[in-house]
Design a protein around this ligand. Structure first.
Ligand code: NAP
Length: 347
């Protein structure tokens, strides 16, 4: 924790939970509005873009831009306008009383008049046998982080979305062969990404197939994987319902999960903030039925993937970050006016 950050006494105007692109965009806007935001950098500082290579679809960068560079620039920009950053993971949020109170994992408490939740989403795990033991030992959720350890290996990528294609294309630079394992016959990925993977000579596909178990040890890493297949897809489900499935154990040096993300919203459990069955936050519409970033608790706003199961793009996350800061600014102005009126009538 930054020594200059007083986490106990002051009541902040706004705390931003998360330092990914949504949190950074909110920080730039809130700082420029003189709200002196405090940005909490959680367990994955900088968010998912720090795990990616080139971002080719962020407007304004015709040649693409590195994910890490985009995030570092955003942080520099927010700091230039007075945003403060500190490490901290929120364990609990008390939102029934004003100001809101946040309890961090190190026991520190923060009080704030408004809150922007931009805590993003984390990679999902398949649920295969031995994955707990082998995660970080040949099993990974991040090709850009761990790909270089797999020079000359045969590797599997699990998933059929854009992330799986991106991971496979990156891994193909190092690995001998890359096999994309997808549970049905049709990819979810965009055409452009799917075509790139299909056209790559070192990338193969295993359709209608899922990963059932991993083999190996922390000493030798992942050595093989058991795959289960059914011609109609979703083989694990078919096997659970008693259908005949094919099983094959293949030798591999690495396995990469790319099956989507789960929003980081557990710390909001027990609060009045509404979440869907997957944990994504709901936000309100205004009186005219237009979208806002305000959650079901007045004064708490959401930005980025934490409230977005549909788009999940760097540019949409940055967009909702700026919206959350503008909504926060309007909320704080209303709050101030209400407080002034209350002061005038009750001497
Ligand atoms: P996603 O689009 O939700 O795809 C997840 C994939 O994993 C799907 O193919 C899904 O299969 C499969 N899957 C889910 N649970 C599984 C399980 N338990 N076992 C096996 N397979 C499972 O997630 P994503 O690829 O991470 O992409 C998320 C968002 O980020 C998307 O909007 C995407 O466009 C965006 N993105 C963009 C880029 C880019 O433009 N460069 C790169 C990465 C991500 P089904 O298809 O059968 O459901």
């Amino acid at each position: 924790m930054n020594e200059e950050t007083d986490t106990t006494a002051d009541v902040r105007d706004v705390v931003i939970i998360g330092s990914g692109i949504a949190g950074l965009s909110a920080a730039v806007y809130a700082a420029r509005a003189d709200l002196e935001p405090l940005v909490l950098e959680g367990p994955e500082p900088g968010g998912q873009l720090t795990l990616t290579t080139d971002v080719e679809n962020y407007l304004g960068f015709p040649e693409g831009v590195g994910g890490m560079e985009l995030i570092q620039n955003g942080k520099d920009q927010a700091e230039r306008f007075g945003a403060e950053f500190t490490h901290g993971t929120v364990e609990n949020a008390t939102l029934e009383e004003r100001p809101f109170e946040l309890e961090l994992s190190n026991g520190d408490r923060l009080r704030t008049r408004a809150l922007i939740v931009a805590s993003g989403a984390s990679a999902r795990w398949v649920g295969a046998e031995n994955e707990d033991e082998l995660m970080g030992y040949g099993l990974s959720t991040c090709a850009t982080c761990d790909g270089a350890f797999h020079r000359g290996d045969d590797v599997l990528v699990i998933g059929g979305g854009d992330s799986a294609m991106e991971e496979a294309l990156f891994l193909a630079k190092f690995a001998d062969s890359v096999t994309i394992v997808h549970r049905r016959e049709e990819l979810r990925a965009s055409e452009i990404m799917a075509d790139r993977a299909r056209d790559h000579e070192d990338i193969e596909f295993r359709w209608n197939t899922e990963l059932e178990a991993l083999h190996g040890s922390q000493e030798e890493g992942v050595t093989s994987a058991t795959l289960v297949s059914h011609p109609d897809g979703y083989p694990s489900e078919k096997a659970a319902n008693g259908a005949d499935v094919d099983r094959e154990t293949v030798e591999v040096g690495g396995v990469f999960y790319a099956i989507g993300h789960t929003p980081n919203t557990e710390f909001l459990e027990g609060t009045a903030i509404d979440r869907d069955e997957r944990g994504y936050l709901y936000t309100r519409t205004d009186d005219a039925g237009r979208a806002t970033t305000e959650t079901m608790v007045e004064g708490v706003f959401a930005a980025g993937d934490v409230a977005d199961p549909n788009y999940q793009q760097a540019i949409t996350a940055a967009g909702t970050g700026s919206m959350a800061a503008l909504d926060t600014e309007a909320y704080l102005e209303t709050l101030e006016r209400t407080e002034e009126t209350a002061y005038e009538v009750s001497p």
